[in-house]
Design a binder for this molecule. Structure first.
Ligand code: S3P
Length: 450
């Protein structure tokens, strides 16, 4: 009897297909899913979650919260029940916390552990083990926690939580919702008031959800747009019922896929459009993308709509770097749209893309070039000269070789949709990472092109 090797890469060639037609519902928002489990695990009583993203990243968070004493159970498709232990009552896990590929799990949980009497190690895959953790180690050390990281402030690392921790006032040196959230979560079990000063706004799910769970959290916006977020510690969280809206970062692949595939008309239902997340829709519209918002409403305290998207003649633009934080995970998909647009697209201010699941500027530049696009890689962005039509591997510098995805789900999905607009298709070296954030991506793509 032969068994497939579970460690083997899973390559796949994504071929051009007919127009994409139909309605889809993308899975729940990854950021909100992580936070639902973490905050549910800190509330006393039962939190019920529907629409939870059942991707590997969120499952890593669920396993970690179980290891620290919470009961986290699946009750149906996307339906989960979390019985929390209460702020301050997390338990010492028996072994290292395996974070897999998930930066969000790692950084937010480092914050939680930092103000509990817990010593634990965090481990992760090869991609996560290259990512910088110094950005959370620094403020959490100021709060009294201590760290034994690997070289360069990376995983594997051990955290010794401080109890009681010391409240700090911290100005974020990088626009990062993960760093902000790590400090706010540490602040939950810290006596007094913890303050985060955010000069450039980033996704605000932590603030919205902490408030929803009953934390005493306040946001002041100064005249220059700087946000001053305060949280009163030793909080008591009340369990909630949460309906997680669809993930705009997952919707992004189908938005771009429909825009670049002639004859397409797709409705993506229930997409979260929180203004700190929705930058891509505006940028694609500026490029000439036909995207309509239908049935605008609120789900789980977040603005949501169904998006109707039709194939469009896209044109290159200069993307305002100020929108970057509101679409930070969507640039790989945008680069694909730009590679097929008519004219030049210039992006800048994207240094943060170099420390995501892969170096997304370098990896997308290489990948799109191999698929037949014209790309100039700069330090903080890409300049893309679109073909105005389709990608032709073999010209001008493309060689049609398999795209190296470097354990990065968003590279794999972006290059999969590039395949739709490529004469000979695009071979992706490994589709397994897609399961971290969007396990049903390939099935959905097949259904729309059937
Ligand atoms: C996330 C924040 C972003 C984003 C990540 C999820 C979050 O990271 O890239 O996928 O849930 O807070 P940064 O805050 O580091 O930019």
């Amino acid at each position: 009897m032969s068994h497939a090797d579970p460690t083997a890469k899973r390559p796949r060639r994504f071929l051009p297909a007919g127009p994409l037609k139909g309605r889809i519902r993308v899975p729940g928002d990854k950021s909100i899913s992580h936070r639902s489990i973490m905050l549910g695990a800190l509330a006393v009583g039962e939190t019920r979650v529907t629409g939870l993203l059942e991707g590997e990243d969120v499952l890593a968070t669920a396993a970690a919260m179980r290891a620290m004493g919470a009961t986290v159970e699946r009750t149906g498709e996307g339906a989960w029940s979390v019985h929390g232990v209460g702020v301050g009552a997390l338990l010492q896990p028996a072994g290292p916390l395996d974070m897999g590929n998930s930066g969000t799990s790692t950084r937010l949980l480092m914050g939680l552990v930092a103000s509990h009497p817990i010593t634990t190690s965090f481990v992760g895959d090869a991609s996560l083990s290259k990512r910088p953790m110094g950005r959370v180690i620094e403020p959490l050390s100021q709060m009294g926690a201590s760290f034994e990281p690997s070289e360069g402030g990376r995983l594997p690392l051990t955290v010794h939580g401080a109890c009681p921790a010391v409240p700090i006032s911290y100005r974020l040196p990088v626009a990062s919702a993960q760093v902000k959230s790590a400090i706010l979560l540490a602040g939950l079990n810290t006596p007094g008031i913890t303050t985060v000063i955010e000069p450039v706004p980033t996704r605000d799910h932590s603030e919205r959800m902490l408030r929803g769970f009953g934390a005493d959290l306040n946001v002041d916006i100064e005249a220059n747009g700087t946000r001053v977020i305060t949280i009163r510690g030793e909080a008591e969280l009340k369990p909630q019922t949460i309906d997680v809206p669809g993930d705009p970062s997952s919707a992004a692949f189908f938005l771009v896929a429909a825009l670049i595939t002639p004859g397409s008309e797709v409705v993506i239902e229930n997409v979260g459009l929180n203004p700190t997340r929705a930058g891509l829709v505006g940028v694609l519209r500026q490029m000439g993308g036909r995207i309509e918002e239908l049935n605008a409403r609120e789900v789980g305290g977040e603005p949501v709509a169904d998006l109707l998207v039709k194939h469009s003649a896209l044109k290159g633009i200069e993307v305002d770097p100020a929108v970057a934080p509101s679409m930070i995970d969507e640039f790989p998909a945008l680069f694909v749209a730009a590679a097929l647009a008519d004219g030049v697209t210039v992006t800048s201010g994207l240094d943060e893309l170099r420390v995501k699941e892969s170096d997304r500027l370098a990896v997308m530049a290489t990948a799109l070039t191999a698929a037949g696009a014209r790309i100039e890689e700069r330090e903080d962005g890409l300049v893309i000269t679109g073909t105005g039509g389709e990608l032709l591997p073999g010209t001008p510098k493309g060689n049609g070789e398999a795209i190296a995805t470097h354990l990065d789900h968003r590279i794999a999905m972006s290059m999969a949709i590039a395949g739709l607009a490529s004469r000979e298709g695009v071979e992706v070296d490994d589709t397994r990472p897609i399961a971290t954030s969007f396990p049903v991506f390939e099935a959905m793509l097949e259904r729309l092109s059937a």
